[in-house]
Ligand binder design. Structure first.
Ligand code: HGY
Ligand code: MN
Ligand code: MN
Length: 414
């Protein structure tokens, strides 16, 4: 793995071609493409002299032992799964960049005084199973029996899928490390937003990962014949859902930086000549502040119920995910910002509207995030793009961070 400036870009291009869906990038939990991705990234980890293992939930774990056995461990990583028709940087960047950084330090003969573990989490995007963060929850010992009952579109439970993959019985694992043995977790990720581009900066650091609530809203009415049922006698579930979707958009639009998204809708009977008897939609609500996120969600659900009553529909809300706003560690983020300034001249601190594995890793250790500019702030889209130049800046920052951390650690390993 040569430290060619475009090496990182080329690796992400290659990994971006590992997909479950020919013609577009989709990798979902424990899918064939995820297995191939683990083989490709695991090979790069081995080239960088890491030992490589995969845990029962498909997390890829590369470890570089320091010569001092009693040393602490620095964790770095992100997720290797993707949304449907994804970009090639979301998640993958945070796994591949640290590998290239360690390979470069190795080439320069630098021996780190602490262990490093690079993590490729097996599921962050909640595409196959709602609830998200299966990989980092397993790694931090936060996977619960209730999670194992989640069902995918083929009605398979998470437990079935894990046991079929692991070819043995599975129960939620304990944390991979004791907090006292860890130096922290660093996640490099594209910003997936417009701020760095607007500020003409390649990289920045994250203060907080926004509060996030997700769930399912079901509107139930009465199916009927599209040709013979007068409009005033209908109880059209999809029309009720549509009225709610427009309300939710306007509600958030009037309250920035609140954001609400209806990303999926499932209509029954789903035929052109049948009045929809049921419409099930996903609702994703986010805000940097937990209380405002909670209040907004409550008002949106109340509005859905008011709309349903007026249209003689039923309406049911089922929460599927709730993550509080997650502050990054000031100490670790200050260290990271110091390296950003050393490489870029100045740093910028921003809030992450996107969720990240750091939300879960924060339950185990201090976290810090390095954001990398992406064109037009576009993500969760095949045109997602971070330039080789910006990738190189991020790589320089991480190498500088590791060098400075080793110098400090060597003096006070405590
Ligand atoms: O939805 C998110 O914020 C992340 O991309 N999973
Ligand atoms: Mn994502
Ligand atoms: Mn991501």
């Amino acid at each position: 793995m040569d430290a060619h400036p475009h090496q990182l870009a080329r690796m992400l291009d290659e990994l971006g071609r590992v997909t479950d869906e020919p013609g577009r990038l989709t990798r979902t939990f424990l899918s064939p493409a995820m297995e191939r991705a683990n083989l490709v990234v695991g090979g790069w980890m081995r080239e960088a002299a890491l030992t490589v293992r995969e845990d029962e939930t498909g997390n890829l774990i590369g470890r570089l032992e320091s010569p001092s056995p009693g040393a602490k461990t620095l964790l770095m990583g992100s997720h290797l799964d993707t949304v449907r028709n994804a970009g090639r940087f979301d998640g993958a960047l945070g796994v591949v960049l640290p590998i290239v950084a360690l390979a470069e330090l190795k080439q320069r003969g630098v021996v780190l005084p602490f262990h490093v573990e690079i993590l490729g989490f097996s599921e962050e995007e909640a595409v196959r199973f709602t609830g998200a963060y299966i990989g980092s929850k397993a790694y931090t010992g936060r996977l619960r029996m209730a999670d194992l009952k989640l069902r995918d579109a083929r009605n398979q439970t998470l437990l079935d899928v894990i046991e079929a993959h692991a070819e043995k019985r599975f129960k939620p694992p304990r944390p991979a490390h004791r907090p006292s043995n860890l130096l922290g977790y660093i996640e490099v990720h594209i910003e997936q937003g417009p701020v760095l581009e607007a500020k003409k900066l390649a990289v920045g650091v994250v203060s907080t990962i926004a509060s996030q609530a997700r769930g399912r809203l079901t509107f139930r009415g009465k199916a009927g014949h599209a040709g013979t049922t007068p409009m005033n006698l209908r109880r059209d579930a999809l029309a009720g859902a549509a009225e709610f979707i427009v309300f939710a958009e306007a509600f958030a639009g009037a309250r920035p930086p609140l954001v609400t998204t209806v990303g999926t809708i499932n209509v029954q009977a789903g035929a052109a000549n049948v009045i929809p008897g049921e419409a099930v939609l996903s609702l994703d609500v986010r805000h940097p502040n937990d209380a405002i996120c909670d209040a907004a969600l409550a008002e949106l659900v109340r509005q859905a119920q008011r709309t349903a009553r007026r249209r003689q529909l039923q309406c049911e809300w089922q929460p599927t995910m709730r993550h509080q706003a997650t502050p990054c560690s000031t100490v670790l983020t200050t260290r990271l910002a110091r390296s950003v300034r050393a490489v870029q001249g100045k740093s910028l601190t921003l809030i992450s509207g996107a969720g990240h594995d750091g939300v879960v890793m924060a339950s185990l250790t201090s976290i810090a995030m390095l954001f990398v500019r992406c064109r037009d702030g576009l993500s969760h889209h095949p045109d997602e793009y971070a330039s080789p130049k910006d990738l190189e800046v991020a790589l320089r920052v991480v190498v500088d961070f590791l060098e400075k951390l080793s110098a400090d650690y060597a003096n006070e390993p405590g």
